[in-house]
Design a binder for this molecule. Sequence first.
Ligand code: CTP
Ligand code: CA
Length: 226
Amino acid sequence: IAETSHQQTWLGKKVLITAGPTFEDLDPVRFIGNRSSGQMGFAIAAAAAQKGAEVTLIAGPVNLDTPTGVTRINVRSAMQMFSQVQAHYASVDIMIGAAAVADYRLAQPSSHKIKKQPNQDELTLTLIKNPDIIAWVAQQVDKPYVVGFAAETQQLADYARQKRLQKGLDMICANQVGDGQGFEVDENALLVMTATDEVALPKQAKYSLAVALLAQLRKQLDITKG
Ligand code: CTP
Ligand code: CA
Protein backbone atom coordinates (compact mmCIF):
# COMPACT_ATOMS: atom_id res chain seq x y z
CA ILE A 1 0.00 0.00 0.00
CA ALA A 2 2.84 2.37 0.90
CA GLU A 3 4.51 1.70 -2.46
CA THR A 4 1.26 2.33 -4.34
CA SER A 5 0.59 5.67 -2.65
CA HIS A 6 4.23 6.65 -3.21
CA GLN A 7 3.93 5.86 -6.92
CA GLN A 8 0.72 7.86 -7.17
CA THR A 9 2.53 10.95 -5.93
CA TRP A 10 4.49 11.06 -9.23
CA LEU A 11 1.39 10.80 -11.41
CA GLY A 12 0.84 14.06 -13.27
CA LYS A 13 4.19 15.48 -12.12
CA LYS A 14 6.15 17.01 -14.99
CA VAL A 15 9.91 16.62 -14.93
CA LEU A 16 12.51 18.17 -17.24
CA ILE A 17 15.94 16.53 -17.23
CA THR A 18 19.17 17.49 -19.00
CA ALA A 19 21.70 14.70 -19.50
CA GLY A 20 24.99 13.83 -21.15
CA PRO A 21 27.82 16.05 -22.30
CA THR A 22 27.64 18.95 -24.71
CA PHE A 23 29.98 19.17 -27.69
CA GLU A 24 31.34 22.52 -28.74
CA ASP A 25 32.43 22.52 -32.36
CA LEU A 26 35.78 23.94 -33.48
CA ASP A 27 35.10 23.20 -37.13
CA PRO A 28 32.98 20.68 -39.10
CA VAL A 29 35.11 17.72 -37.95
CA ARG A 30 36.36 18.62 -34.46
CA PHE A 31 34.84 19.49 -31.12
CA ILE A 32 35.56 19.99 -27.43
CA GLY A 33 33.67 17.49 -25.27
CA ASN A 34 33.80 15.81 -21.88
CA ARG A 35 33.54 12.34 -20.37
CA SER A 36 29.90 12.37 -19.29
CA SER A 37 28.16 9.17 -20.44
CA GLY A 38 24.66 10.47 -19.73
CA GLN A 39 23.84 7.34 -17.71
CA MET A 40 22.80 9.11 -14.50
CA GLY A 41 20.39 11.51 -16.23
CA PHE A 42 18.93 8.70 -18.35
CA ALA A 43 18.49 6.52 -15.22
CA ILE A 44 16.60 9.35 -13.48
CA ALA A 45 14.44 9.83 -16.56
CA ALA A 46 13.68 6.09 -16.74
CA ALA A 47 12.88 5.81 -13.02
CA ALA A 48 10.67 8.93 -12.98
CA ALA A 49 8.70 7.76 -16.04
CA GLN A 50 8.34 4.31 -14.52
CA LYS A 51 6.79 5.95 -11.43
CA GLY A 52 4.25 7.78 -13.55
CA ALA A 53 5.87 11.20 -14.05
CA GLU A 54 5.68 12.99 -17.40
CA VAL A 55 9.35 13.20 -18.40
CA THR A 56 11.09 15.35 -21.01
CA LEU A 57 14.76 14.50 -21.48
CA ILE A 58 17.07 16.98 -23.21
CA ALA A 59 20.01 14.84 -24.19
CA GLY A 60 23.47 15.81 -25.36
CA PRO A 61 25.36 13.49 -27.73
CA VAL A 62 25.26 10.07 -26.04
CA ASN A 63 24.94 6.50 -27.15
CA LEU A 64 21.92 5.50 -25.04
CA ASP A 65 18.41 4.26 -25.81
CA THR A 66 15.47 6.48 -24.94
CA PRO A 67 13.87 5.12 -21.74
CA THR A 68 10.28 3.83 -22.02
CA GLY A 69 7.67 6.58 -21.82
CA VAL A 70 10.19 9.43 -22.00
CA THR A 71 10.02 12.31 -24.50
CA ARG A 72 13.56 12.90 -25.76
CA ILE A 73 15.00 16.00 -27.42
CA ASN A 74 18.52 15.65 -28.81
CA VAL A 75 20.94 18.56 -28.73
CA ARG A 76 24.66 18.94 -29.36
CA SER A 77 25.95 22.20 -27.91
CA ALA A 78 25.34 24.06 -24.64
CA MET A 79 23.56 26.85 -26.55
CA GLN A 80 21.17 24.33 -28.11
CA MET A 81 20.54 22.77 -24.69
CA PHE A 82 19.88 26.23 -23.25
CA SER A 83 17.27 27.12 -25.86
CA GLN A 84 15.44 23.80 -25.34
CA VAL A 85 15.44 24.36 -21.58
CA GLN A 86 14.12 27.90 -22.09
CA ALA A 87 11.32 26.48 -24.22
CA HIS A 88 10.29 23.87 -21.63
CA TYR A 89 11.11 24.96 -18.05
CA ALA A 90 7.90 26.96 -17.48
CA SER A 91 5.62 23.97 -18.02
CA VAL A 92 7.28 21.58 -15.54
CA ASP A 93 7.18 21.03 -11.76
CA ILE A 94 10.78 19.88 -11.44
CA MET A 95 13.94 20.53 -13.46
CA ILE A 96 16.95 18.27 -12.96
CA GLY A 97 20.25 19.36 -14.50
CA ALA A 98 22.25 16.16 -14.82
CA ALA A 99 24.08 17.30 -17.97
CA ALA A 100 27.81 18.02 -17.94
CA VAL A 101 27.41 21.30 -19.82
CA ALA A 102 30.58 22.68 -21.41
CA ASP A 103 31.58 25.80 -19.49
CA TYR A 104 33.05 27.42 -22.62
CA ARG A 105 32.49 27.34 -26.37
CA LEU A 106 34.58 28.50 -29.29
CA ALA A 107 34.33 32.24 -29.80
CA GLN A 108 34.43 31.70 -33.55
CA PRO A 109 33.94 28.15 -34.82
CA SER A 110 35.37 27.71 -38.28
CA SER A 111 32.95 26.80 -41.07
CA HIS A 112 35.71 24.87 -42.84
CA LYS A 113 38.22 22.36 -41.52
CA ILE A 114 41.07 24.16 -39.77
CA LYS A 115 44.27 23.37 -41.67
CA LYS A 116 47.54 22.56 -39.96
CA GLN A 117 50.02 25.36 -40.70
CA PRO A 118 53.56 24.15 -41.61
CA ASN A 119 55.30 26.95 -39.72
CA GLN A 120 52.96 27.15 -36.72
CA ASP A 121 53.90 24.98 -33.71
CA GLU A 122 51.30 26.44 -31.37
CA LEU A 123 47.60 26.98 -31.85
CA THR A 124 45.60 29.28 -29.60
CA LEU A 125 41.84 28.90 -29.39
CA THR A 126 39.68 31.62 -27.90
CA LEU A 127 36.77 30.34 -25.82
CA ILE A 128 33.85 32.26 -24.35
CA LYS A 129 31.70 31.30 -21.38
CA ASN A 130 28.42 29.48 -21.96
CA PRO A 131 25.32 30.57 -20.05
CA ASP A 132 24.74 28.67 -16.79
CA ILE A 133 21.53 26.89 -17.76
CA ILE A 134 20.40 25.72 -14.35
CA ALA A 135 21.26 29.00 -12.62
CA TRP A 136 19.20 30.79 -15.29
CA VAL A 137 16.18 28.57 -14.56
CA ALA A 138 16.60 29.13 -10.80
CA GLN A 139 16.36 32.90 -11.37
CA GLN A 140 13.02 32.84 -13.18
CA VAL A 141 9.90 33.93 -11.27
CA ASP A 142 7.93 30.96 -12.61
CA LYS A 143 10.74 28.53 -11.81
CA PRO A 144 10.13 24.85 -11.09
CA TYR A 145 11.81 23.04 -8.16
CA VAL A 146 15.43 23.05 -9.37
CA VAL A 147 17.89 20.19 -8.82
CA GLY A 148 21.53 20.43 -9.87
CA PHE A 149 24.51 18.11 -9.82
CA ALA A 150 28.03 18.83 -8.68
CA ALA A 151 30.80 16.57 -9.91
CA GLU A 152 33.92 17.29 -7.88
CA THR A 153 37.36 15.73 -7.59
CA GLN A 154 37.99 17.22 -4.13
CA GLN A 155 36.21 18.92 -1.19
CA LEU A 156 32.93 17.39 -2.36
CA ALA A 157 30.50 18.60 0.30
CA ASP A 158 31.96 22.12 0.60
CA TYR A 159 32.06 22.83 -3.14
CA ALA A 160 28.58 21.39 -3.65
CA ARG A 161 27.10 23.37 -0.75
CA GLN A 162 28.57 26.56 -2.26
CA LYS A 163 27.30 25.65 -5.72
CA ARG A 164 23.75 25.15 -4.46
CA LEU A 165 23.76 28.59 -2.86
CA GLN A 166 25.52 30.42 -5.71
CA LYS A 167 23.16 29.00 -8.34
CA GLY A 168 20.04 29.39 -6.20
CA LEU A 169 19.17 25.69 -6.48
CA ASP A 170 16.63 23.94 -4.29
CA MET A 171 18.68 20.74 -4.23
CA ILE A 172 22.15 19.66 -5.28
CA CYS A 173 23.43 16.12 -5.77
CA ALA A 174 27.16 15.90 -5.22
CA ASN A 175 29.25 13.11 -6.65
CA GLN A 176 32.93 12.37 -6.40
CA VAL A 177 34.60 12.00 -9.81
CA GLY A 178 38.07 10.97 -10.95
CA ASP A 179 39.97 7.79 -9.95
CA GLY A 180 37.42 5.51 -11.61
CA GLN A 181 34.48 7.15 -9.88
CA GLY A 182 31.46 8.95 -11.28
CA PHE A 183 32.08 9.16 -15.01
CA GLU A 184 32.02 6.18 -17.39
CA VAL A 185 31.17 3.75 -14.59
CA ASP A 186 27.98 1.83 -13.81
CA GLU A 187 27.82 2.62 -10.09
CA ASN A 188 27.74 5.93 -8.30
CA ALA A 189 27.14 7.48 -4.88
CA LEU A 190 25.48 10.83 -4.16
CA LEU A 191 25.34 13.35 -1.38
CA VAL A 192 21.92 14.99 -1.65
CA MET A 193 21.77 18.47 -0.13
CA THR A 194 18.98 21.00 0.37
CA ALA A 195 18.77 24.08 2.58
CA THR A 196 17.68 21.88 5.49
CA ASP A 197 18.88 18.32 4.82
CA GLU A 198 21.95 16.38 3.78
CA VAL A 199 21.50 12.71 2.92
CA ALA A 200 24.21 10.33 1.72
CA LEU A 201 23.01 7.77 -0.83
CA PRO A 202 25.53 4.88 -0.84
CA LYS A 203 27.33 3.57 -3.90
CA GLN A 204 24.95 1.50 -6.04
CA ALA A 205 23.86 0.91 -9.64
CA LYS A 206 22.77 4.16 -11.29
CA TYR A 207 19.16 3.05 -11.75
CA SER A 208 18.69 2.15 -8.08
CA LEU A 209 20.48 5.37 -7.13
CA ALA A 210 17.99 7.25 -9.32
CA VAL A 211 15.10 5.58 -7.46
CA ALA A 212 16.63 6.59 -4.11
CA LEU A 213 17.15 10.15 -5.34
CA LEU A 214 13.52 10.40 -6.50
CA ALA A 215 12.39 9.28 -3.02
CA GLN A 216 14.44 12.13 -1.46
CA LEU A 217 13.08 14.57 -4.01
CA ARG A 218 9.52 13.49 -3.34
CA LYS A 219 10.02 14.09 0.41
CA GLN A 220 11.41 17.57 -0.23
CA LEU A 221 8.51 18.48 -2.52
CA ASP A 222 6.07 17.56 0.25
CA ILE A 223 8.02 19.73 2.72
CA THR A 224 8.28 22.67 0.30
CA LYS A 225 4.65 22.59 -0.72
CA GLY A 226 3.59 22.07 2.94
N1 CTP B 1 25.33 23.64 -15.39
C1 CTP B 1 24.48 24.29 -16.28
N2 CTP B 1 24.99 25.11 -17.23
C2 CTP B 1 26.31 25.34 -17.32
C3 CTP B 1 27.19 24.70 -16.42
C4 CTP B 1 26.67 23.85 -15.47
O1 CTP B 1 23.26 24.09 -16.20
N3 CTP B 1 26.77 26.16 -18.26
C5 CTP B 1 24.75 22.78 -14.34
C6 CTP B 1 25.09 21.30 -14.46
O2 CTP B 1 24.15 20.62 -15.26
C7 CTP B 1 25.03 20.87 -13.00
C8 CTP B 1 25.46 22.10 -12.24
O3 CTP B 1 25.27 23.20 -13.11
O4 CTP B 1 23.71 20.56 -12.60
C9 CTP B 1 26.87 22.11 -11.76
O5 CTP B 1 27.75 21.91 -12.84
P1 CTP B 1 29.32 22.02 -12.56
O6 CTP B 1 30.07 21.88 -13.84
O7 CTP B 1 29.66 21.10 -11.42
O8 CTP B 1 29.39 23.52 -12.00
P2 CTP B 1 30.05 24.83 -12.55
O9 CTP B 1 29.24 25.95 -12.01
O10 CTP B 1 30.22 24.79 -14.04
O11 CTP B 1 31.44 24.87 -11.81
P3 CTP B 1 32.87 24.16 -12.15
O12 CTP B 1 32.75 23.41 -13.44
O13 CTP B 1 33.83 25.28 -12.20
O14 CTP B 1 33.12 23.24 -10.97
CA1 CA C 1 31.32 23.15 -15.18
